[in-house]
Ligand binder design. Structure first.
Ligand code: TTP
Ligand code: MG
Length: 359
């Protein structure tokens, strides 16, 4: 049986909530994050994106790109409230809801509570209800699996609705540039470009063996998605075991000062995620991937809870003593595990899933 999957993703989520709640911000370039020199943006309004301002960008860079940019501090309570409201709407249609973050979820509506056979009609209704309830817009992607639905929701943002029908799926993926693939980050896309792989069609020319040789474990996933295949189920009860943030660099890091600077940026994002989900943990792990793709991890477990920025910083500083630069570092990550709520809990972000995505 062919599944009917919807992916819903709120548009410029934090920034839209801020514009909704403060009319002075409407129509203006808004960034959510602290303006300080160490600050990193969580997101930006569509007005700001026209200047090239985007998520995870250092505030300093954003201010340079867009001198009129208005910085707003995040209000996680407000985002959580909207998140709860949209989840309630999703559950009017199905309980097979898998949130990926506060503003984003997969729904399997193959069978649904109101017996509407058309996933497109359901997606339209959901968008409408979200607008009525929250005064915010969402974009919807509809297709036969998670991979395609996720890409589809991005096709017509903002306020979009995009369907990839099963019979068009293979052709759609063949034409899709690799940088648009869900699961292929910036750095991997660049590597593919260097190999002459520009589209799904190009990707399909590589054997599974060749893909795993070049890209590691995730290569077999690439093999599948190049064929528009993805059998992963919508899983409403994922247990979060760890929460982390990581980044792959366009240029390998070759000295400790660079490593410290990048860890500070990653810490900023991790800290936001921890606050967003009220998470703390007992074990801190740093991950280092070298230019030759060799990877090491170093961990430390403490008696109390790890949550504060300064605590995390002092722990990774300690772990850095066991890290060498070797020929250069291509990726750094910080993860917390042994969390305070390892019972059933929906993930608030993509971390720790089968796929590690670039920031
Ligand atoms: P996204 O859905 O990735 O982005 P968005 O909703 O702001 O914009 P889009 O219209 O393109 O979907 O993320 C949802 C929220 O999560 C975002 O508003 C802020 C937060 N976030 C971070 O805190 N850090 C990040 O690096 C990213 C990508 C998002
Ligand atoms: Mg969004």
């Amino acid at each position: 049986m062919v599944r009917k999957i919807i992916h819903i993703d709120m548009d410029a989520f934090y920034a839209s909530v801020e514009q909704r709640d403060n009319p002075e911000l409407k129509g203006k370039p808004v960034a959510v994050g602290s303006p300080g020199t160490r600050g990193v943006l969580t997101t930006a309004s569509y007005e700001a994106r026209r200047y090239g301002v985007k998520s995870a960008m250092p505030s300093k860079v954003a201010a340079r790109l867009c001198p009129d940019l208005i910085f707003v501090r995040p209000r996680f309570d407000a985002y959580k409230k909207v998140s709860d409201e949209i989840r309630e709407i999703f559950h009017q249609y199905t309980d097979l809801v898998e949130p990926l973050s506060l503003d984003e979820a997969f729904l399997d509506v193959s069978e649904n509570k109101i017996n509407i056979p058309s996933a497109t009609i359901i997606a339209k209704e959901i968008k409408q209800k979200i607008k009525e309830k929250t005064h915010l817009t969402a974009s919807a992607g509809i297709s036969m699996n998670k991979f395609l639905a996720k890409i589809a929701s991005d096709m017509q943002k903002p306020d979009g609705l995009f369907l990839i029908p099963p019979e068009k799926a293979v052709e759609f993926v063949e034409k899709l540039p690799v940088e648009k693939f869900f699961g292929i980050g910036k750095v991997t896309a660049r590597k593919m470009h260097e190999l002459g792989i520009k589209t799904g069609y190009d990707l399909k020319q590589l054997s599974k063996r060749e893909l795993t040789r070049r890209f590691g474990k995730v290569g077999s996933y690439y093999f599948q998605i190049a064929r528009a295949e993805d059998n992963r189920e919508v899983n409403p009860n994922r247990i979060r075991k760890s929460l982390g943030a990581e980044n792959t660099f366009t240029k390998d890091l070759i000295d400790m000062q660079e490593v410290r600077n990048e860890l500070e940026n990653i810490l900023e994002i991790l800290h936001i995620r921890l606050k967003k989900s009220n998470t703390k943990g007992k074990t801190l792990t740093i991950k280092v991937k070298y230019s030759d793709f060799q990877q090491i991890t170093r961990s430390k477990t403490v008696d109390g809870w790890i949550q504060d920025k300064s605590h995390i910083r002092s722990l990774y500083e300690e772990l850095l003593d066991q890290v060498e630069i070797r020929n250069g570092i291509r990726l750094l990550g910080i993860t917390l595990s042994h969390l305070n709520h390892e019972e059933h809990e929906n993930k608030e972000d993509g971390s720790g899933s089968q796929l590690i995505l670039d920031l």
